[in-house]
Design a protein around this ligand. Structure first.
Ligand SMILES: NC(=O)c1ccc[n+]([C@@H]2O[C@H](COP(=O)([O-])OP(=O)(O)OC[C@H]3O[C@@H](n4cnc5c(N)ncnc54)[C@H](O)[C@@H]3O)[C@@H](O)[C@H]2O)c1
Ligand SMILES: *[C@@H]1O[C@H](CO)[C@@H](O)[C@H](O)[C@H]1NC(C)=O
Length: 443
Protein backbone atom coordinates (compact mmCIF):
# COMPACT_ATOMS: atom_id res chain seq x y z
CA UNK A 1 0.00 0.00 0.00
CA UNK A 2 1.48 3.42 -0.97
CA UNK A 3 1.91 6.01 1.78
CA UNK A 4 -1.15 8.19 2.07
CA UNK A 5 -0.01 10.93 4.46
CA UNK A 6 0.02 13.47 1.67
CA UNK A 7 -3.63 12.92 0.94
CA UNK A 8 -4.51 13.71 4.51
CA UNK A 9 -2.73 17.00 4.42
CA UNK A 10 -3.64 18.17 0.94
CA UNK A 11 -7.00 16.82 -0.14
CA UNK A 12 -7.76 18.34 -3.54
CA UNK A 13 -11.38 18.85 -2.56
CA UNK A 14 -11.05 21.12 0.43
CA UNK A 15 -12.34 19.71 3.66
CA UNK A 16 -14.11 16.77 2.13
CA UNK A 17 -11.93 13.75 1.79
CA UNK A 18 -10.19 11.96 4.62
CA UNK A 19 -7.94 9.05 3.88
CA UNK A 20 -7.93 6.31 6.45
CA UNK A 21 -4.55 4.99 7.48
CA UNK A 22 -3.90 1.62 8.96
CA UNK A 23 -2.81 1.92 12.58
CA UNK A 24 0.82 0.99 13.24
CA UNK A 25 1.80 -0.65 16.52
CA UNK A 26 5.49 -0.93 17.12
CA UNK A 27 6.56 -2.73 20.25
CA UNK A 28 9.32 -0.57 21.64
CA UNK A 29 11.46 0.04 24.65
CA UNK A 30 9.59 2.65 26.75
CA UNK A 31 12.47 5.14 26.99
CA UNK A 32 13.21 5.06 23.33
CA UNK A 33 9.51 5.20 22.76
CA UNK A 34 9.06 8.34 24.87
CA UNK A 35 12.01 10.10 23.26
CA UNK A 36 10.92 9.06 19.81
CA UNK A 37 7.37 10.05 20.61
CA UNK A 38 8.24 13.60 21.65
CA UNK A 39 10.49 14.17 18.62
CA UNK A 40 7.83 12.61 16.51
CA UNK A 41 5.13 14.78 18.09
CA UNK A 42 7.15 17.92 17.38
CA UNK A 43 7.66 16.73 13.85
CA UNK A 44 3.90 16.20 13.51
CA UNK A 45 3.12 19.66 14.89
CA UNK A 46 5.60 21.17 12.43
CA UNK A 47 4.01 19.26 9.59
CA UNK A 48 0.56 20.37 10.67
CA UNK A 49 1.69 24.00 10.80
CA UNK A 50 3.14 23.75 7.30
CA UNK A 51 0.01 22.06 6.07
CA UNK A 52 -2.28 24.68 7.60
CA UNK A 53 -0.24 27.52 6.12
CA UNK A 54 -0.14 25.81 2.74
CA UNK A 55 -3.85 25.10 2.69
CA UNK A 56 -4.64 28.64 3.88
CA UNK A 57 -2.52 30.04 1.04
CA UNK A 58 -4.04 27.72 -1.52
CA UNK A 59 -7.56 28.50 -0.34
CA UNK A 60 -6.74 32.21 -0.58
CA UNK A 61 -5.51 31.87 -4.17
CA UNK A 62 -8.51 29.67 -4.86
CA UNK A 63 -10.86 32.36 -3.65
CA UNK A 64 -8.95 35.12 -5.40
CA UNK A 65 -8.89 33.32 -8.73
CA UNK A 66 -12.41 34.31 -9.65
CA UNK A 67 -15.35 33.84 -7.37
CA UNK A 68 -17.07 30.54 -6.77
CA UNK A 69 -14.67 28.20 -8.50
CA UNK A 70 -16.36 24.94 -7.68
CA UNK A 71 -19.50 24.30 -5.75
CA UNK A 72 -19.54 24.19 -2.02
CA UNK A 73 -18.68 20.72 -0.79
CA UNK A 74 -21.63 19.43 1.16
CA UNK A 75 -20.76 17.91 4.53
CA UNK A 76 -22.79 14.75 4.82
CA UNK A 77 -20.81 12.47 7.03
CA UNK A 78 -17.20 11.65 7.61
CA UNK A 79 -15.99 10.41 4.24
CA UNK A 80 -13.26 7.82 4.36
CA UNK A 81 -11.30 6.81 1.27
CA UNK A 82 -9.05 3.79 1.59
CA UNK A 83 -8.73 1.16 4.27
CA UNK A 84 -9.86 -2.45 4.33
CA UNK A 85 -13.58 -1.74 4.87
CA UNK A 86 -13.68 0.75 2.03
CA UNK A 87 -11.82 -1.61 -0.30
CA UNK A 88 -14.20 -4.41 0.54
CA UNK A 89 -17.18 -2.24 -0.37
CA UNK A 90 -15.55 -1.24 -3.66
CA UNK A 91 -14.69 -4.85 -4.55
CA UNK A 92 -18.17 -6.06 -3.76
CA UNK A 93 -19.71 -3.27 -5.84
CA UNK A 94 -17.35 -4.10 -8.74
CA UNK A 95 -18.07 -7.83 -8.59
CA UNK A 96 -19.19 -9.24 -11.96
CA UNK A 97 -22.16 -11.62 -11.83
CA UNK A 98 -22.43 -12.88 -15.42
CA UNK A 99 -20.11 -14.48 -17.98
CA UNK A 100 -18.10 -11.85 -19.95
CA UNK A 101 -19.58 -9.12 -17.77
CA UNK A 102 -18.08 -5.65 -17.64
CA UNK A 103 -16.51 -3.82 -14.74
CA UNK A 104 -17.52 -0.17 -15.08
CA UNK A 105 -16.48 2.98 -13.27
CA UNK A 106 -19.41 5.40 -13.60
CA UNK A 107 -18.53 9.04 -12.94
CA UNK A 108 -21.46 11.28 -12.00
CA UNK A 109 -23.24 8.20 -10.63
CA UNK A 110 -25.36 10.25 -8.21
CA UNK A 111 -26.59 12.28 -11.18
CA UNK A 112 -29.69 11.78 -13.30
CA UNK A 113 -28.28 9.73 -16.18
CA UNK A 114 -25.48 8.16 -14.13
CA UNK A 115 -27.80 6.67 -11.51
CA UNK A 116 -30.05 5.14 -14.18
CA UNK A 117 -27.22 3.57 -16.18
CA UNK A 118 -25.43 2.33 -13.06
CA UNK A 119 -28.59 0.50 -11.98
CA UNK A 120 -29.20 -0.97 -15.44
CA UNK A 121 -25.64 -2.32 -15.61
CA UNK A 122 -25.85 -3.77 -12.11
CA UNK A 123 -29.17 -5.43 -12.85
CA UNK A 124 -27.77 -7.34 -15.81
CA UNK A 125 -24.81 -8.56 -13.76
CA UNK A 126 -22.00 -6.10 -14.50
CA UNK A 127 -19.71 -4.74 -11.81
CA UNK A 128 -20.31 -1.04 -11.14
CA UNK A 129 -18.55 1.50 -8.96
CA UNK A 130 -19.67 5.13 -8.91
CA UNK A 131 -17.83 8.34 -8.16
CA UNK A 132 -19.51 11.70 -7.60
CA UNK A 133 -18.63 14.88 -5.74
CA UNK A 134 -22.24 15.56 -4.64
CA UNK A 135 -21.93 19.26 -5.44
CA UNK A 136 -24.81 21.61 -4.69
CA UNK A 137 -25.54 22.83 -8.24
CA UNK A 138 -28.99 21.43 -7.57
CA UNK A 139 -30.70 19.89 -4.54
CA UNK A 140 -28.20 17.53 -2.94
CA UNK A 141 -30.95 15.55 -1.20
CA UNK A 142 -32.05 14.27 -4.63
CA UNK A 143 -28.49 13.06 -5.28
CA UNK A 144 -28.48 11.39 -1.87
CA UNK A 145 -31.81 9.70 -2.60
CA UNK A 146 -30.38 8.33 -5.85
CA UNK A 147 -27.34 7.13 -3.91
CA UNK A 148 -29.60 5.36 -1.41
CA UNK A 149 -31.43 3.66 -4.27
CA UNK A 150 -28.13 2.48 -5.73
CA UNK A 151 -26.85 1.29 -2.35
CA UNK A 152 -29.84 -1.00 -1.91
CA UNK A 153 -28.77 -2.55 -5.22
CA UNK A 154 -25.20 -2.91 -4.00
CA UNK A 155 -23.79 -0.10 -6.15
CA UNK A 156 -21.34 1.93 -4.09
CA UNK A 157 -20.67 5.60 -4.90
CA UNK A 158 -17.36 7.02 -3.76
CA UNK A 159 -17.70 10.64 -2.71
CA UNK A 160 -14.89 12.38 -4.56
CA UNK A 161 -14.04 14.82 -7.31
CA UNK A 162 -12.75 13.61 -10.67
CA UNK A 163 -9.97 16.18 -10.24
CA UNK A 164 -8.72 14.20 -7.25
CA UNK A 165 -5.85 12.14 -8.65
CA UNK A 166 -5.46 10.09 -5.50
CA UNK A 167 -9.08 9.03 -5.33
CA UNK A 168 -8.94 7.91 -8.96
CA UNK A 169 -5.60 6.14 -8.51
CA UNK A 170 -6.94 4.36 -5.44
CA UNK A 171 -10.02 3.16 -7.33
CA UNK A 172 -7.92 1.79 -10.20
CA UNK A 173 -5.62 0.22 -7.64
CA UNK A 174 -8.48 -1.80 -6.21
CA UNK A 175 -10.40 -2.61 -9.43
CA UNK A 176 -9.21 -3.40 -12.98
CA UNK A 177 -12.04 -1.51 -14.69
CA UNK A 178 -12.79 -2.69 -18.23
CA UNK A 179 -14.83 0.45 -18.96
CA UNK A 180 -15.26 3.99 -17.73
CA UNK A 181 -18.64 5.61 -18.32
CA UNK A 182 -17.86 9.27 -17.80
CA UNK A 183 -20.99 11.29 -17.06
CA UNK A 184 -19.75 13.67 -14.35
CA UNK A 185 -19.94 17.23 -15.62
CA UNK A 186 -21.16 20.69 -14.90
CA UNK A 187 -24.39 20.71 -16.89
CA UNK A 188 -26.78 23.54 -17.71
CA UNK A 189 -26.51 26.16 -20.43
CA UNK A 190 -27.57 29.38 -18.73
CA UNK A 191 -25.71 28.78 -15.46
CA UNK A 192 -22.44 29.08 -17.40
CA UNK A 193 -22.86 32.86 -17.38
CA UNK A 194 -23.11 32.80 -13.59
CA UNK A 195 -20.31 30.36 -12.77
CA UNK A 196 -18.08 29.83 -15.80
CA UNK A 197 -15.19 28.32 -13.86
CA UNK A 198 -17.25 25.38 -12.62
CA UNK A 199 -17.49 24.27 -16.28
CA UNK A 200 -13.73 24.46 -16.74
CA UNK A 201 -13.18 22.65 -13.44
CA UNK A 202 -15.40 19.64 -14.18
CA UNK A 203 -15.69 19.45 -17.97
CA UNK A 204 -12.10 20.26 -18.91
CA UNK A 205 -9.70 19.89 -15.96
CA UNK A 206 -11.63 16.95 -14.51
CA UNK A 207 -11.85 15.25 -17.90
CA UNK A 208 -8.08 15.50 -18.38
CA UNK A 209 -7.39 14.12 -14.89
CA UNK A 210 -9.68 11.19 -15.59
CA UNK A 211 -8.14 10.49 -19.01
CA UNK A 212 -4.63 10.65 -17.53
CA UNK A 213 -5.68 7.95 -15.08
CA UNK A 214 -7.27 5.85 -17.85
CA UNK A 215 -4.30 6.09 -20.17
CA UNK A 216 -1.81 4.97 -17.52
CA UNK A 217 -4.01 2.19 -16.17
CA UNK A 218 -2.94 -1.32 -17.06
CA UNK A 219 -5.14 -2.67 -18.59
CA UNK A 220 -6.53 0.55 -20.07
CA UNK A 221 -10.31 0.74 -19.85
CA UNK A 222 -12.48 1.74 -22.82
CA UNK A 223 -14.00 5.19 -22.27
CA UNK A 224 -17.60 6.14 -23.09
CA UNK A 225 -18.53 9.70 -22.18
CA UNK A 226 -21.35 12.22 -22.48
CA UNK A 227 -20.87 15.00 -24.97
CA UNK A 228 -23.98 17.00 -25.86
CA UNK A 229 -26.25 18.06 -28.71
CA UNK A 230 -25.26 21.59 -27.74
CA UNK A 231 -22.04 21.17 -29.75
CA UNK A 232 -24.15 21.77 -32.89
CA UNK A 233 -24.60 25.33 -31.62
CA UNK A 234 -25.88 27.62 -34.33
CA UNK A 235 -26.19 24.78 -36.84
CA UNK A 236 -29.33 25.37 -38.91
CA UNK A 237 -29.25 22.28 -41.08
CA UNK A 238 -31.75 19.74 -39.69
CA UNK A 239 -31.60 17.02 -38.60
CA UNK A 240 -28.17 17.31 -36.94
CA UNK A 241 -25.75 14.68 -38.25
CA UNK A 242 -22.45 13.73 -36.63
CA UNK A 243 -20.55 15.10 -39.64
CA UNK A 244 -22.17 18.56 -39.39
CA UNK A 245 -20.01 21.47 -38.26
CA UNK A 246 -19.67 21.93 -34.49
CA UNK A 247 -17.44 25.00 -34.41
CA UNK A 248 -20.05 27.59 -33.44
CA UNK A 249 -21.05 26.86 -29.82
CA UNK A 250 -23.69 29.18 -28.34
CA UNK A 251 -22.68 28.70 -24.68
CA UNK A 252 -19.59 28.03 -22.60
CA UNK A 253 -21.16 24.70 -21.65
CA UNK A 254 -21.26 23.73 -25.34
CA UNK A 255 -17.70 24.95 -25.80
CA UNK A 256 -16.44 22.71 -22.97
CA UNK A 257 -18.23 19.69 -24.49
CA UNK A 258 -16.70 20.49 -27.89
CA UNK A 259 -13.32 20.78 -26.16
CA UNK A 260 -13.98 17.37 -24.59
CA UNK A 261 -14.43 15.84 -28.01
CA UNK A 262 -11.08 17.27 -29.09
CA UNK A 263 -9.33 16.29 -25.84
CA UNK A 264 -10.60 12.69 -25.93
CA UNK A 265 -9.45 12.48 -29.54
CA UNK A 266 -5.86 13.24 -28.54
CA UNK A 267 -5.94 10.52 -25.86
CA UNK A 268 -7.23 8.10 -28.46
CA UNK A 269 -4.56 9.16 -30.94
CA UNK A 270 -1.55 9.27 -28.63
CA UNK A 271 -2.30 6.54 -26.10
CA UNK A 272 -4.63 4.13 -27.89
CA UNK A 273 -7.62 4.73 -25.63
CA UNK A 274 -10.91 3.46 -27.02
CA UNK A 275 -13.24 6.48 -26.92
CA UNK A 276 -16.94 6.86 -27.60
CA UNK A 277 -18.59 10.29 -27.28
CA UNK A 278 -22.38 10.36 -26.98
CA UNK A 279 -24.20 13.55 -27.93
CA UNK A 280 -27.31 13.41 -25.74
CA UNK A 281 -30.37 15.42 -26.81
CA UNK A 282 -32.39 16.92 -23.88
CA UNK A 283 -32.74 13.89 -21.63
CA UNK A 284 -35.78 13.80 -19.32
CA UNK A 285 -37.61 11.36 -17.06
CA UNK A 286 -38.03 10.12 -13.47
CA UNK A 287 -35.23 11.15 -11.06
CA UNK A 288 -34.41 13.95 -13.53
CA UNK A 289 -32.59 17.22 -13.06
CA UNK A 290 -34.46 19.98 -11.18
CA UNK A 291 -32.69 22.70 -13.19
CA UNK A 292 -34.24 21.56 -16.47
CA UNK A 293 -37.37 23.28 -17.81
CA UNK A 294 -39.76 20.28 -17.78
CA UNK A 295 -38.85 19.69 -14.11
CA UNK A 296 -39.07 23.26 -12.80
CA UNK A 297 -42.24 23.83 -14.86
CA UNK A 298 -43.83 20.82 -13.16
CA UNK A 299 -42.94 22.20 -9.76
CA UNK A 300 -44.22 25.70 -10.53
CA UNK A 301 -47.43 24.61 -12.23
CA UNK A 302 -48.25 22.39 -9.24
CA UNK A 303 -47.58 25.27 -6.85
CA UNK A 304 -49.53 27.82 -8.90
CA UNK A 305 -46.38 29.81 -9.63
CA UNK A 306 -45.66 31.44 -13.01
CA UNK A 307 -43.32 29.78 -15.51
CA UNK A 308 -41.08 31.59 -17.98
CA UNK A 309 -41.20 30.30 -21.54
CA UNK A 310 -38.44 31.51 -23.81
CA UNK A 311 -39.12 32.25 -27.44
CA UNK A 312 -36.67 32.76 -30.29
CA UNK A 313 -36.22 35.53 -32.82
CA UNK A 314 -39.41 36.49 -34.72
CA UNK A 315 -41.56 34.90 -31.99
CA UNK A 316 -40.58 31.38 -33.06
CA UNK A 317 -41.14 28.75 -30.37
CA UNK A 318 -38.09 26.88 -29.10
CA UNK A 319 -38.16 23.17 -29.89
CA UNK A 320 -36.22 20.27 -28.38
CA UNK A 321 -35.64 16.70 -29.42
CA UNK A 322 -36.66 15.44 -25.94
CA UNK A 323 -35.21 11.98 -25.29
CA UNK A 324 -36.57 9.65 -22.63
CA UNK A 325 -34.09 8.38 -20.04
CA UNK A 326 -34.69 4.66 -20.76
CA UNK A 327 -33.71 5.21 -24.40
CA UNK A 328 -30.54 7.03 -23.32
CA UNK A 329 -29.71 4.18 -20.92
CA UNK A 330 -30.00 1.66 -23.76
CA UNK A 331 -27.76 3.84 -25.92
CA UNK A 332 -25.12 4.07 -23.17
CA UNK A 333 -25.16 0.33 -22.53
CA UNK A 334 -24.92 -0.42 -26.27
CA UNK A 335 -21.98 1.99 -26.55
CA UNK A 336 -20.19 0.16 -23.71
CA UNK A 337 -20.91 -3.25 -25.25
CA UNK A 338 -19.57 -2.27 -28.68
CA UNK A 339 -16.71 -0.02 -27.54
CA UNK A 340 -13.79 -2.19 -28.66
CA UNK A 341 -10.64 -2.41 -26.62
CA UNK A 342 -8.07 0.21 -25.80
CA UNK A 343 -4.73 -0.89 -27.23
CA UNK A 344 -2.24 0.78 -24.94
CA UNK A 345 -0.90 -0.15 -21.57
CA UNK A 346 0.92 1.83 -18.95
CA UNK A 347 0.71 4.93 -21.15
CA UNK A 348 2.15 3.29 -24.31
CA UNK A 349 0.07 2.92 -27.46
CA UNK A 350 0.18 -0.47 -29.17
CA UNK A 351 -2.09 0.23 -32.13
CA UNK A 352 -5.11 2.14 -33.36
CA UNK A 353 -8.17 2.09 -31.10
CA UNK A 354 -11.76 3.09 -31.97
CA UNK A 355 -12.80 6.74 -31.75
CA UNK A 356 -16.55 7.11 -32.19
CA UNK A 357 -19.18 9.83 -31.81
CA UNK A 358 -22.94 9.23 -31.87
CA UNK A 359 -26.08 11.30 -31.56
CA UNK A 360 -28.52 9.88 -29.02
CA UNK A 361 -31.80 11.68 -29.62
CA UNK A 362 -35.43 10.93 -30.27
CA UNK A 363 -35.73 12.38 -33.82
CA UNK A 364 -39.02 14.10 -33.01
CA UNK A 365 -38.59 17.72 -31.87
CA UNK A 366 -41.44 19.16 -29.80
CA UNK A 367 -41.95 22.87 -29.06
CA UNK A 368 -41.72 24.07 -25.48
CA UNK A 369 -45.38 25.29 -25.41
CA UNK A 370 -46.49 21.79 -26.51
CA UNK A 371 -44.40 20.28 -23.71
CA UNK A 372 -46.09 22.68 -21.28
CA UNK A 373 -49.59 21.72 -22.46
CA UNK A 374 -48.75 18.04 -21.85
CA UNK A 375 -47.71 18.92 -18.30
CA UNK A 376 -50.93 20.90 -17.79
CA UNK A 377 -52.90 17.86 -18.88
CA UNK A 378 -51.11 15.44 -16.52
CA UNK A 379 -51.08 17.86 -13.59
CA UNK A 380 -54.71 18.84 -14.27
CA UNK A 381 -53.77 22.46 -13.79
CA UNK A 382 -53.23 25.49 -16.06
CA UNK A 383 -49.80 27.09 -16.16
CA UNK A 384 -49.34 30.81 -15.54
CA UNK A 385 -47.17 31.51 -18.57
CA UNK A 386 -44.77 34.37 -19.00
CA UNK A 387 -43.40 34.38 -22.54
CA UNK A 388 -40.04 36.07 -23.00
CA UNK A 389 -38.06 36.56 -26.20
CA UNK A 390 -34.61 35.15 -25.47
CA UNK A 391 -31.58 37.36 -25.71
CA UNK A 392 -28.63 35.12 -26.53
CA UNK A 393 -28.63 33.35 -23.17
CA UNK A 394 -27.04 30.18 -24.49
CA UNK A 395 -30.20 28.46 -25.69
CA UNK A 396 -30.31 27.43 -29.33
CA UNK A 397 -33.64 27.73 -31.24
CA UNK A 398 -34.11 24.00 -31.84
CA UNK A 399 -32.42 20.61 -31.73
CA UNK A 400 -33.16 17.60 -33.91
CA UNK A 401 -31.04 14.46 -34.04
CA UNK A 402 -30.21 12.32 -37.02
CA UNK A 403 -29.72 8.96 -35.29
CA UNK A 404 -29.08 6.75 -38.30
CA UNK A 405 -25.45 6.18 -37.29
CA UNK A 406 -26.36 5.08 -33.75
CA UNK A 407 -29.15 2.94 -35.16
CA UNK A 408 -26.76 1.21 -37.54
CA UNK A 409 -23.80 0.72 -35.20
CA UNK A 410 -25.39 0.53 -31.73
CA UNK A 411 -28.81 -0.86 -32.60
CA UNK A 412 -30.16 2.31 -30.93
CA UNK A 413 -33.90 2.76 -31.36
CA UNK A 414 -35.78 5.26 -29.17
CA UNK A 415 -39.15 3.90 -28.09
CA UNK A 416 -40.77 6.49 -25.83
CA UNK A 417 -42.48 9.60 -27.18
CA UNK A 418 -42.73 12.80 -25.14
CA UNK A 419 -46.38 12.26 -24.13
CA UNK A 420 -45.64 8.81 -22.68
CA UNK A 421 -42.36 9.83 -21.08
CA UNK A 422 -43.71 13.01 -19.47
CA UNK A 423 -46.58 11.02 -17.97
CA UNK A 424 -44.02 8.72 -16.35
CA UNK A 425 -42.08 11.73 -15.13
CA UNK A 426 -45.15 13.35 -13.56
CA UNK A 427 -46.09 10.06 -11.88
CA UNK A 428 -42.62 9.80 -10.41
CA UNK A 429 -42.66 13.48 -9.38
CA UNK A 430 -45.87 13.04 -7.46
CA UNK A 431 -44.73 9.87 -5.75
CA UNK A 432 -41.43 11.50 -4.77
CA UNK A 433 -42.54 15.01 -3.78
CA UNK A 434 -46.12 14.55 -2.60
CA UNK A 435 -47.34 12.44 0.30
CA UNK A 436 -50.64 10.53 0.66
CA UNK A 437 -52.46 13.66 1.83
CA UNK A 438 -51.29 15.77 -1.09
CA UNK A 439 -48.73 17.58 1.05
CA UNK A 440 -45.27 18.31 -0.33
CA UNK A 441 -42.39 16.16 0.93
CA UNK A 442 -38.69 15.87 0.10
CA UNK A 443 -38.28 19.63 -0.40
N1 LIG B 1 -29.60 15.61 -19.12
C1 LIG B 1 -29.42 16.09 -20.35
O1 LIG B 1 -30.35 16.56 -20.98
C2 LIG B 1 -28.06 16.08 -20.98
C3 LIG B 1 -27.95 16.50 -22.32
C4 LIG B 1 -26.70 16.50 -22.92
C5 LIG B 1 -25.59 16.07 -22.22
N2 LIG B 1 -25.71 15.68 -20.91
C6 LIG B 1 -24.51 15.24 -20.21
O2 LIG B 1 -24.78 14.00 -19.62
C7 LIG B 1 -24.04 13.86 -18.41
C8 LIG B 1 -24.98 13.51 -17.26
O3 LIG B 1 -25.93 14.56 -17.14
P1 LIG B 1 -27.08 14.56 -16.06
O4 LIG B 1 -28.27 15.17 -16.69
O5 LIG B 1 -27.17 13.24 -15.44
O6 LIG B 1 -26.49 15.63 -15.02
P2 LIG B 1 -26.36 15.58 -13.43
O7 LIG B 1 -25.91 16.93 -13.02
O8 LIG B 1 -27.60 15.03 -12.82
O9 LIG B 1 -25.20 14.52 -13.19
C9 LIG B 1 -23.84 14.86 -13.17
C10 LIG B 1 -23.24 14.38 -11.85
O10 LIG B 1 -21.84 14.63 -11.88
C11 LIG B 1 -21.44 15.09 -10.61
N3 LIG B 1 -20.24 15.92 -10.80
C12 LIG B 1 -20.16 17.13 -11.39
N4 LIG B 1 -18.89 17.56 -11.39
C13 LIG B 1 -18.15 16.61 -10.78
C14 LIG B 1 -16.78 16.48 -10.46
N5 LIG B 1 -15.92 17.46 -10.76
N6 LIG B 1 -16.36 15.37 -9.82
C15 LIG B 1 -17.24 14.39 -9.49
N7 LIG B 1 -18.55 14.45 -9.77
C16 LIG B 1 -19.00 15.55 -10.41
C17 LIG B 1 -22.61 15.87 -10.06
O11 LIG B 1 -22.62 15.89 -8.64
C18 LIG B 1 -23.80 15.11 -10.63
O12 LIG B 1 -24.31 14.17 -9.70
C19 LIG B 1 -23.30 15.17 -18.23
O13 LIG B 1 -22.01 15.02 -18.77
C20 LIG B 1 -24.10 16.14 -19.07
O14 LIG B 1 -23.31 17.22 -19.50
C21 LIG B 1 -26.93 15.67 -20.28
C1 LIG C 1 -28.18 11.13 -41.40
O1 LIG C 1 -26.84 10.75 -41.19
C2 LIG C 1 -26.33 9.82 -42.14
C3 LIG C 1 -24.92 9.50 -41.74
O2 LIG C 1 -24.91 8.77 -40.56
C4 LIG C 1 -26.38 10.40 -43.55
O3 LIG C 1 -25.94 9.44 -44.45
C5 LIG C 1 -27.79 10.83 -43.86
O4 LIG C 1 -27.81 11.50 -45.10
C6 LIG C 1 -28.32 11.77 -42.78
N1 LIG C 1 -29.71 12.07 -43.03
C7 LIG C 1 -30.18 13.30 -43.14
C8 LIG C 1 -31.67 13.42 -43.42
O5 LIG C 1 -29.50 14.30 -43.01
Amino acid sequence: MPPLEEEQLFPSTPGKIKIERPAHHHPMNRGIHRCFASTFTMFLWALLLIALTASYLSIQSFVDSGGRYIHRPVPRHHVIIGGPHWEKQIRSSAQIHRPHGLSVLVTGAAGFVGSHVALALKKRGDGVVGVDNFNDYYDVSLKNARRALLETNNVFIVEGDINNVRVLAKLFDVVAFTHVLHLAAQAGVRYAMENPHSYVHSNIAGLVTLLEQCKSADPQPAVVWASSSSVYGLNEKAPFSESDRTDRPASLYAATKKAGEAITHTYNHIYGLSVTGLRFFTVYGPWGRPDMAYFSFTKNIRNGKPITIYRGKNRVDLARDFTYIDDIVKGCVAALDTSGKSTGSGGKKRGAAPYRIYNLGNTAPVTVPTMVSLLEKYLKKKAKKRVVTMLGNGDVPFTHANISLARRELGYKPETDLATGLKKFVDWYESYYVDDHGMPVNY
